[in-house]
Design a protein around this ligand. Structure first.
Ligand code: ATP
Length: 357
C-alpha cells in the first residue's frame, strides 16, 4: 500500500534562505508522527507544504498515492481531506458555532447535518454548550480547542498540528492530547504534529523525526529516538529544567537527587546511581512567601528572566546552589503576585512531578 504522505527530496527556500533541505519522509496511514526540532528548524514550513499552502522549491510530495502538482487550480479538493491546526488559532469575531461551521460551508451539507457535526465535535473537545459564545472572548485553551474543532468537524483523514498545546493551561493540553489519541487510535486518522514537549511526544507518537536547520537528522520510533544523548534531545526539544546528579533512595521510599551540594531534589521514584531528571515547568508553583506545603521540593531563589509567551508567561528563577528553574504561569498570576526581575521568590513542586529522562 502507498504511504499517506510521502516527500522525496523536498527543499524550500525563502528569498535564498533554506528552510527545508532535501527532506525525505514517509508517513503511513494511521501513523502518529511527531516532528521535533528547535526554533526555525523548518517544522511549520514542512507542515504547510503538506497542507498544500506552501509550494516546495524542489522535490516531490505525494498524498494518498498521488503526486501533487502545486500549480493545479483545484488544490482545494486535496486540502479538503486535510485538517490543519495552526500554532495560533485563526478565529473571527463571531460565535463558536459560526467559526466551526465556516469550514463546512462549501461541502453541501444540510443545516441539520452541520448542527449535528458541530455538536459532536464540541462534545469531543469538551466544549459542549459553547455554540453561542463569542470565540474571541474565550480563554487561550478554549480557543485552541475551538481551533481543533474547526479542523475535526470536516472529518479529515490527515490531521496536521503545529505545536497544538504549547503555552496552554494543563487542562486544555490534556483534553487536546486525549482527543488526538482517540481519533488516531479509534478514528484511524493519520496525525502529523510538531511538538517540543518530550512527555507529549513519548505519550502520543508512534514515530518521531528530529528536524534541525531544515534537515531530518534522525527518524525512528520513540524508543530509538529518545535514547539520544540528553543534551542533544534537550536542544532539539527545548527541554527545560533538566538536571543531572546522583540519586539515593530514602527510608520513605523516595529518592533524593544531589544536583549540587546545595541543590537536592526529591523524587517519587526509587533509583540509585547517576541519573538525569526533568521537572516540567507546568508543575512548578511560585510563592512569594514561605508557606507550609506538602510539596517535597521547596527552594528559595531570585527571578532573572520573565518572557511573554502569549497566554502563558515564562518565569526563570535561579535558586541557591546555582540551579535554574523555569516555571509557567498565567498573566493574571504574574500581575497578582507583582513579579519582576530580581524579586525574591520561592518555588515548589511535588516529588511525583520529577521525571527520569
Ligand atoms: P518554530 O518552532 O519557531 O515555529 P519552525 O521549526 O516551525 O520554527 P519554520 O517556521 O518552518 O521553523 O521556519 C524555518 C525557516 O524558514 C526560518 O529560518 C524562518 O525564518 C524561515 N521562514 C519561514 N517562513 C518564511 C517566510 N514566509 N518568509 C521568509 N522566511 C520564512
Amino acid at each position: 500500500m502507498c504511504a499517506h504522505v510521502e516527500m522525496r527530496g523536498v527543499s524550500k527556500e525563502f528569498y535564498g534562505k533554506v528552510a527545508l533541505d532535501n527532506v525525505d519522509l514517509s508517513v503511513q496511514y494511521g501513523d502518529f508522527f511527531a516532528l521535533v526540532g528547535p526554533n526555525g528548524a523548518g517544522k511549520t514550513t514542512l507542515l504547510r507544504i503538506i497542507d498544500l499552502l506552501e509550494k516546495p522549491s524542489s522535490g516531490e510530495v505525494w498524498l494518498d498515492g498521488e503526486r501533487i502538482d502545486y500549480s493545479r487550480r483545484d488544490l482545494h479538493v486535496f486540502r479538503r481531506k486535510i485538517g490543519f491546526v495552526p500554532q495560533r488559532p485563526i478565529l473571527f469575531n463571531a460565535s463558536v458555532f459560526d467559526n466551526i461551521a465556516y469550514g463546512l460551508k462549501f461541502r453541501g451539507l444540510s443545516s441539520h447535518e452541520i448542527k449535528e457535526r458541530i455538536k459532536r465535535t464540541l462534545d469531543l473537545v469538551q466544549l459542549s454548550g459553547f455554540e453561542r459564545r463569542n470565540a474571541l472572548k474565550l480563554s487561550g485553551g478554549e480557543m485552541q480547542r475551538v481551533s481543533l474543532a474547526q479542523a475535526l468537524v470536516t472529518e479529515p483523514r490527515l490531521l496536521l498540528l503545529d505545536e497544538p498545546t504549547s503555552n496552554l493551561d494543563p487542562k486544555s493540553a490534556s483534553i487536546i492530547e486525549k482527543v488526538l489519541l482517540d481519533i488516531n487510535t479509534h478514528g484511524m486518522v493519520t496525525v502529523i504534529m510538531a511538538s517540543h514537549d518530550l512527555q507529549q511526544v513519548k505519550n502520543l507518537a508512534k514515530r518521531i523525526a528530529i528536524l534541525n536547520r531544515g534537515r531530518i537528522v534522525k527518524i525512528g520510533s520513540p524508543n530509538e529516538i529518545l535514547v539520544s544523548p540528553i543534551d542533544e534531545l534537550a536542544e532539539y526539544m527545548r527541554l527545560e529544567n533538566v538536571f543531572s546528579g546522583f540519586s539515593r533512595v530514602t527510608e520513605y521510599g523516595t529518592s533524593v537527587i544531589e544536583v549540587s551540594e546545595e541543590l537536592k531534589i526529591e523524587a517519587a521514584f526509587i533509583k540509585t546511581g547517576p541519573i538525569r531528571i526533568h521537572v516540567p515547568p507546568e508543575s512548578i508553583t511560585l510563592l512569594t512567601e514561605k508557606v507550609p506545603t506538602s510539596a517535597r521540593n521547596f527552594f528559595e531563589g531570585e527571578i532573572f528572566e520573565i518572557s511573554d509567551q502569549g497566554n502563558i508567561i515564562k518565569v526563570r528563577v535561579r535558586v541557591r546552589g546555582g540551579g535554574e528553574f523555569t516555571a509557567k504561569i498565567t498573566r493574571k498570576s504574574l500581575e497578582e503576585m507583582k513579579l519582576n526581575i530580581g524579586k525574591r521568590i520561592f518555588i515548589s513542586f511535588k516529588a511525583s512531578s520529577v521525571k527520569i529522562i
